[in-house]
Design a protein around this ligand. Structure first.
Ligand code: ATP
Ligand code: MG
Ligand code: FE
Length: 355
């Protein structure tokens, strides 16, 4: 099964061709990502209108390259998958409309993929992994603990009540004058910092639910930074290290609860898996090892390049849906918001059908 996937929900324009073999294993035949870092850097964050225009300009060329590199012709495709949301609506429209046009011209089934579902299923692209598993999804827009029970079958066990984890990294970077995109910058600065100099709050610690809160921590970093003048590189490193240490401790605590809730409701997970851009953070990856070991489960994290947004994850989620008989009509709408566990809450016009 050969699927073309396109990703345009935020500031990565991406296209990929992935093959799903009958035994459920995968081969990435091409995976081309063009980050719009330079376009947005002058503004210190993603500007939706600039992103949408860049997607329009870049996407056709990226799809052509992904097809050529894969050696697959449009006629050979079993499906065309696009991230139909959630995300910045201008970009989502570009990707979904392009995928619809390809589907229409070549008579290929369309698969409208939830971007979060694609993050959630990526570990099955890179590893042999059966359902159910416990997903820690930490990205620029989301921070969730999800029971992944099957393709299209997700139960959210916990979520952030305010900022997403990647958003908190980005905001901390910005307030300390580090360039956009901030997550990797904070990680780099933290590596040489003293995590004990500042004692930042560990939000939600000990709470019986599995929710996260990150905005108080972010504000605490801002308040400490405001007290230091001038802010030297040493201070920035220490602030980043203190912030990251607080994030790690909060994550360990919240995931501990999440894994316990998972076991109570669904039995032992086959693995703890992490996905989303924050899972590219080496300190977080290392701390997840300990969390998984304490819960006596294995840890699976896709390689960093597949944790951040890419086309292969969309193609793969499309292939997984196609393999279970799920395709979408050409009327399926782009969605700015789209909950992962929203089977019952799908908006009007949402036309997932079993073929
Ligand atoms: P969503 O998936 O929720 O729609 P998104 O697609 O923008 O949001 P991703 O591309 O999955 O998010 O991840 C980007 C986020 O990951 C950014 O907030 C970025 O700062 C963060 N991130 C990337 N690398 C690192 C890192 N090494 N350490 C911490 N955060 C990181
Ligand atoms: Mg991005
Ligand atoms: Fe993402």
């Amino acid at each position: 099964m050969l699927v073309l996937g396109v990703e345009t929900t935020c500031d990565e324009t991406a296209a990929a061709v992935v093959e799903r073999l009958p035994d459920g294993s995968a081969r990435i035949l091409s995976n081309i990502v063009r980050s719009q870092t330079e376009e947005h850097a002058p503004y210190g964050g993603v500007v939706p209108e600039i992103a949408a225009r860049a997607h329009v300009e870049l996407l056709d060329g990226l799809i052509a390259r992904a097809m050529t590199e894969s050696g697959v012709g449009f006629q050979q495709l079993s499906g065309v998958a696009a991230a139909a949301g959630p995300g910045l609506i201008g970009g989502v429209i570009v990707g979904l409309t392009t995928a619809k046009a390809i589907a229409l011209v070549h008579g290929t089934p369309l698969i409208a993929v939830n971007h979060l579902e694609a993050h959630a299923l990526t570990p099955r692209l890179t590893s042999r992994l059966e359902f159910p598993y416990c997903l820690f999804l930490a990205s620029g827009g989301h921070t969730q603990i999800v029971a992944v029970l099957g393709v299209g079958d997700y139960v959210r066990l916990g979520t952030t009540v305010d900022d997403a984890m990647g958003e908190a990294f980005d905001k901390v970077a910005k307030m300390l004058g580090l360039p956009y995109p901030g997550g990797p910058q904070v990680e780099r600065a933290a590596a040489s910092g003293d995590a004990t100099r500042f004692n930042f709050p560990r939000p939600m610690l000990g709470r019986p639910d599995a929710n996260f809160s990150l905005s108080g921590l972010k504000t605490a970093v801002r308040n400490e930074a405001a007290r230091i003048d001038p802010l030297e590189p040493r201070d920035i490193s220490d602030l980043c290290a203190g912030f990251q240490a607080a994030v790690l401790e909060a994550t360990a605590d919240r995931l501990g609860v999440g894994l316990r809730l998972f076991q109570e409701r669904f039995g032992m997970p086959r693995a703890l898996v992490a996905a989303g851009g924050v899972a590219a953070n080496q300190a977080i990856r290392a701390s997840l090892e300990g969390i998984a070991a304490r819960a006596r489960t294995t840890l699976i994290i896709p390689p960093p390049a597949l944790c951040t947004d890419n086309g292969a994850m969309i193609a793969w989620a499309g292939a997984e849906r196609l393999a279970t008989g799920l395709t979408d009509s050409l009327e399926t709408p782009p969605r700015a918001r789209w909950l992962l566990d929203a089977k019952a809450q799908a908006p009007a016009g949402f036309a997932n059908t079993r073929a």
